[in-house]
Design a binder for this molecule. Structure first.
Ligand code: AMP
Length: 309
């Protein structure tokens, strides 16, 4: 099934306790598209870059089967730039620089060839832009998933509420879920968020795994692998989202049972992402690498027990 992803295609500069990069390729849209390209065969990206963005990178995305017709290249303008520095625990980071550049005036264009897609992944962007994308589709996709962040809760609450109402799955982290719901318990937070519109909520807890909730009171927990090498968590959330929606698009099954598999697939993809800086690790995975990693998740959480009454 075909999948449209909307998200930033960017330059990032990252500092972790293990090292520092100059400007490298990043962006939520890039991470999502790379990750989902291992699963969704018909994948279409909507974004905007400046003419300082390397055409070789765009060609590389294309070579992976990602349709880039929906990426606008703005002449004489600069690509979105983000820089962040991780603390020693690697769970928290400070944003050092956000230069919106072309993203400041992003007016998403949906090429005619993208129309009719069954799946839509709205990467972290201004909620008004995410909403515009939904409105510019001739037919509502079968499943719309959305990511967001604290930043938009602080500055664009009303827009965010309007957009959240229109989606099926909201993917956020624990801190964001608490801010959005004003609740500490994640179970209560998920219920409150589902009352805002989405039928499903995924709450990511970084190195502590992810929870999937639906509005029939079902809950599923996916652990995170205890990894030996964690170099750079940048993009892990987006890579998770890409694996999740890519798996759903591949299997064309949006039941809760299949969403559990999608959450494990997303978790497996995110576990690769953190092993190297930037997108490096998720650029070169084989089907075997991915299958082996998914089996590690299965084995991690599997156990037998006899209950004697
Ligand atoms: P994550 O680590 O999953 O939060 O995603 C990090 C990626 O999000 C980086 O590659 C950034 O380029 C991108 N990013 C950071 N802030 C924003 C923003 N305000 N809008 C769009 N993309 C962003």
């Amino acid at each position: 099934m075909s999948l449209i992803t909307v998200g930033s295609v960017a330059f990032d500069a990252i500092e972790t306790p293990f090292g520092k990069t100059d400007k490298i390729i990043g962006g939520a849209g890039t991470y999502i598209a790379l990750s989902s390209s291992y699963f969704a065969k018909e994948q279409k990206l909507v974004s905007v870059v400046g003419d300082d963005f390397p055409s070789a990178t765009l060609e590389d995305l294309k070579a992976r089967g990602i349709d880039i017709e929906g990426i606008q290249i703005k002449k004489g303008e600069k690509t979105f730039f983000w820089s962040g520095k991780y603390h020693n625990d690697m769970n928290t980071r400070d944003t050092l620089v956000t230069e919106l550049n072309v993203l400041g005036e992003f007016d998403p264009v949906i090429p005619a060839s993208y129309q009719g897609a069954e799946f839509l992944m709205l990467g972290n962007l201004a909620p008004s832009v995410q909403k515009q994308v939904i409105e510019r589709l001739d037919k509502r996709p079968k499943l719309i998933a959305m990511d967001t962040m604290n930043f938009w809760m602080d500055i664009a609450w009303d827009d965010l509420m309007e957009t959240i109402k229109m989606v099926d799955v909201l993917i956020i982290n624990d801190e964001e879920a608490r801010q959005l719901s004003k609740e500490y318990s994640l179970a209560v937070a998920a219920k409150k968020i589902m009352a805002m519109g989405p039928r499903y909520v995924i709450i990511k807890k970084g190195e502590h795994g992810a929870l999937l909730f639906n509005n029939d009171n079902n809950v599923f927990f996916a652990p995170a692998l205890p990894l030996e090498s964690v170099f750079d968590p940048t993009g892990a959330g987006d890579t998770f989202a890409g694996g999740f929606i890519g798996y759903l698009a591949k299997t064309n099954d949006i039941t809760f049972e299949n969403m559990k598999r999608a959450v494990i697939t997303g978790s497996a993809m995110a576990s690769f992402c953190v092993e190297k800086f930037g997108t490096e690790r998720i650029e070169n995975l084989s089907e075997n690498d991915i299958n082996k990693r998914i089996m590690e998740f299965v084995n991690l959480a599997q156990f037998e027990i006899e209950i004697n009454n």
